[in-house]
Ligand binder design. Sequence first.
Ligand code: HPA
Length: 244
Amino acid sequence: MLAIIGGSGLTQLANLNIERREVVRTPYGEPSGALLFGRVCSVSVVFLARHGYGHTIPPHMVNYRANMWALQHAGATGVLSVASVGGIRADLGPGTLVVPHQVIDYTHSRCSTFFDGVDGPVTHVDFTEPYDAVLRRRILAAAAEVGEQVLDGAVYAATQGPRLETAAEINRLARDGADVVGMTGMPEAVLARELDLPYAALNVVVNWAAGRADSEHEICFSSIEQTAQAAMARVRVVIDRICG
Ligand code: HPA
């Protein structure tokens, strides 16, 4: 069963026929909300809104461990993460859809491992390729089938938030090789890896990153909303196809 984690702009899956809700307790505390089980195009999926159903949990307060544990416990065999990002690279403006292939983690102070040394041996996971190749291809193939242009491969920079970045920080991320910037991609991706859960992301560029193009002096929140709404409608079509 595929799990879909919806980010800002995707707190509901319009194409999900909900059959049941389940509040899952985990050894790591509360997930962001109840898990919604249902069908998209007759395929079973489980959906979770990363920021809660009322969009009240900021990126640095999301209980990523509880979310990933709950999804696996509920029977998820793969996780599709939908998240909005800022565009750093000159060809990645608002409205672009991206399936990243790499991550740079700038977050801090988040519970970012299940292997925290409390019990069990010291454990390291391989994270050379942070996203699952098969799931990435599935997203890209579905997008191609519905005629949706999606960029195959980008370096995702995960920042701490909840504030947006300074222009100088974005310049630094660009020098590091980052193409897009978001606040939730980590530790989600590595926790999935620790659980051996295939994980891939579909990112929606909703603004130019700080200091870039029309965000040269400030980032306009009202246009973020509009861009996100329009793009999430396209994301839903892609999700339909992934499942269908
Ligand atoms: N920075 C960080 N996270 C984001 C952005 C951004 O510009 N846009 C959407 N999520």
